[in-house]
Ligand binder design. Structure first.
Ligand SMILES: C[S@@+](CC[C@H](N)C(=O)[O-])C[C@H]1O[C@@H](n2cnc3c(N)ncnc32)[C@H](O)[C@@H]1O
Ligand code: SF4
Length: 453
């Protein structure tokens, strides 16, 4: 990861607005042509012993952070959360009734929003509902996204009681000036205490989210945040580039754009932090994850899903809750995005599917190429041939030649059977993925994606 830095002109050339490629095609191409009936039919085709991953979305937070691009809303009242939970449990029952009896769930992820906004009692109730509806594997990996400001010993007890064995804690930045400028006040002590509550109860896998590119951040302030984060010894760190899309996430209009770091500052920050993390013993994985040497993510084959990078290779991802996305061999399905529309769909007695995407063979081929690039920084035409046949491999080889021919910045290089990102080119991998994206069609004046650095 200690790559030579790119020269500023090359960085600026590559600082395009591009998808994060957590799926291919990306979610903005999903359409209402894929319906709840399609989803029901696809669930009906699952193999008898299907290995499943479940993602469950809780779209509520205590207050809305100004930078947040997640699908969530703030509430100080519990009634909307209780009403949502009822529908979520109804959806669990409907989906579970459609999966084959011999299935097994290997991965369970509660995301949000802030799933730890649920009361301890409701955490136990939801945990019991899932355990009663699905066959959870004995070695289940059960992760939850945690807002440390909401955590209590009682909630930690209930989370560990229902089987949580991984937590992901939102930190972003500890600098008070940055925190004021992003509408998220969170002390180091609150974060340390939340982490401690899980460690005391035996949770051994702790991730922390940091964000670079926020207002007022500098390399110096970020290094101070990192020093504090390292005191807490997280097993994994996700270092996200701030995605500023105020046209879509209206809360981001509260962010003062005049104090946002520019593309060159973002690049310098991300590289400085990456070097510091490597020096501290973390292995870089993909574009934005870091793992301690003893964590599975440090060495296991990487996959990319809607949560980012994962060791989960499940072919069958089931999304539960508002806005949740599922992936089956036939394609993607997404539930109604707003909590109200989601609840109405469930009350009508349907599955809550609002849109999706049915994959073609060409989509599967390019999804494979893009996922390998995002995860391994490499495409092997031998691997393409094994998975998709000779014609597909020849097609990808032609595309590779075009990409190699265009590269004036030294970000890609030829390999014996394909192409790989050079070490200094890795931060710009999204711009190479975009070359294999048949759907990328920038519309003038429409900003859909975040800066690719
Ligand atoms: C669901 S939240 C994490 C859990 C909890 N709600 C919290 O904030 O502590 C998911 C993560 O997405 C990241 N995130 C949210 N909005 C972002 C944005 N606009 N750009 C980059 N990362 C963002 C943050 O790092 C955040 O921790
Ligand atoms: S960052 Fe977390 S706590 Fe803040 S609004 Fe987003 S989901 Fe909620």
């Amino acid at each position: 990861m200690n790559a030579p830095l790119m020269d500023p002109a090359a960085v600026l050339r590559r600082a395009e607005r591009l998808p994060r490629y957590t799926s291919y095609p990306t979610a903005n191409h999903f359409t209402p042509e894929v319906t709840a009936e399609d989803y029901a039919a696809w669930l009906g085709l699952l193999p008898e012993d299907a290995a499943l991953s479940l993602y469950l979305h809780v779209p509520f937070c205590d207050s809305l952070c100004w930078y947040c691009a997640c699908s969530t809303k703030a509430t100080k009242r519990y009634a909307p959360i209780a009403a949502y939970l009822e529908r979520l449990e109804a959806e669990v029952a409907k989906v579970a009734a459609r999966v084959p009896a011999g299935h097994g769930v290997r991965h369970l992820h509660w995301g949000g929003g802030s799933p730890d906004i649920l009361t301890a009692q409701d955490i136990r109730r939801l945990g019991a509902t899932l355990a009663g509806a699905f066959r959870l594997a004995p070695d289940l990996e059960f992760a939850i996204e945690v807002d440390p400001r909401l955590m209590t010993g009682e909630k930690a007890d209930s989370l560990v009681g229902v089987g949580v064995n991984r937590i992901s804690v939102g930190v972003q930045d500890f600098d008070p000036q940055v925190q004021r400028a992003i509408g998220r006040m969170q002390s180091f002590d609150v974060t340390r205490d939340a982490v401690g509550m899980f460690r005391e109860r035996g949770v051994r896998s702790i991730n922390m989210d940091l964000v670079y590119g926020l207002p007022h951040q500098t390399e110096v302030t970020l290094m101070q945040t990192l020093e504090q984060v390292l005191e807490l010894m997280p097993d994994r760190i996700a270092l996200f580039g701030y995605a500023h899309l105020p046209q879509r996430a209206h809360n981001q209009r509260l962010i003062d754009e005049r104090v946002l770091p520019d593309a060159l500052a973002r690049y310098a920050m991300s590289q400085r932090l990456a070097r510091a993390l490597v020096a501290a013993g973390y292995a870089p994985r993909g574009i934005d994850h870091f793992a301690r040497a003893d964590d599975a993510l440090a060495t296991a084959p990487l996959n990319r899903n809607f949560q980012g990078y994962t060791t989960d290779a499940a072919e069958h991802l089931i999304g539960l809750g508002a806005s949740a996305i599922g992936k089956l061999p036939q394609g993607y399905v997404q539930n109604a995005v707003g909590a109200r529309e989601y609840m109405e769909a469930i009350d009508r007695g349907d599955l809550a599917t609002a849109r999706g995407f049915a994959l073609t063979d060409d989509d599967r081929l390019h999804a494979f190429v893009i996922e390998r690039l995002m995860c391994d920084f490499d495409i092997s035409t031998d691997a393409v041939r094994d998975a998709f046949g000779t014609r597909a491999a020849a097609h990808v080889q032609d595309e590779i030649e075009a990409v190699l021919g265009e590269d004036g910045d030294g970000i890609v290089e030829r390999t014996i059977d394909g192409l790989r990102m050079t070490v200094r080119g890795r931060p710009f991998v999204r711009s190479i993925c975009a070359r294999f994206d048949a759907y990328l069609n920038p519309e003038p004046g429409v900003v859909r994606h975040s800066m690719a650095i």
